[in-house]
Ligand binder design. Sequence first.
Ligand SMILES: [Zn+2]
Length: 81
Amino acid sequence: MMNFFRKLFTKAPPEPKSLWDELKAAGGCLACDGKPKSFLEGPSGGMSTNVFCPHCGEGYNLTPIIPLAERIGKNKSYILR
Ligand SMILES: [Zn+2]
């Protein structure tokens, strides 16, 4: 019974920030500090879109309606010179 109350009144630890939240907070790529922060749109399928950083080529798969972001690795062909 005590455990029950302890659980009830103990605040749950804050959830770790999702990659989506980190991207939003950073306003762009997390892998480099290139300015201006922006993404180039790559192939999209269904509800998700692949975006790439024009500075380092870091790629993210974004699904805004969930929202969810996943790292998909670098693609250097998106780097703008
Ligand atoms: Zn980058």
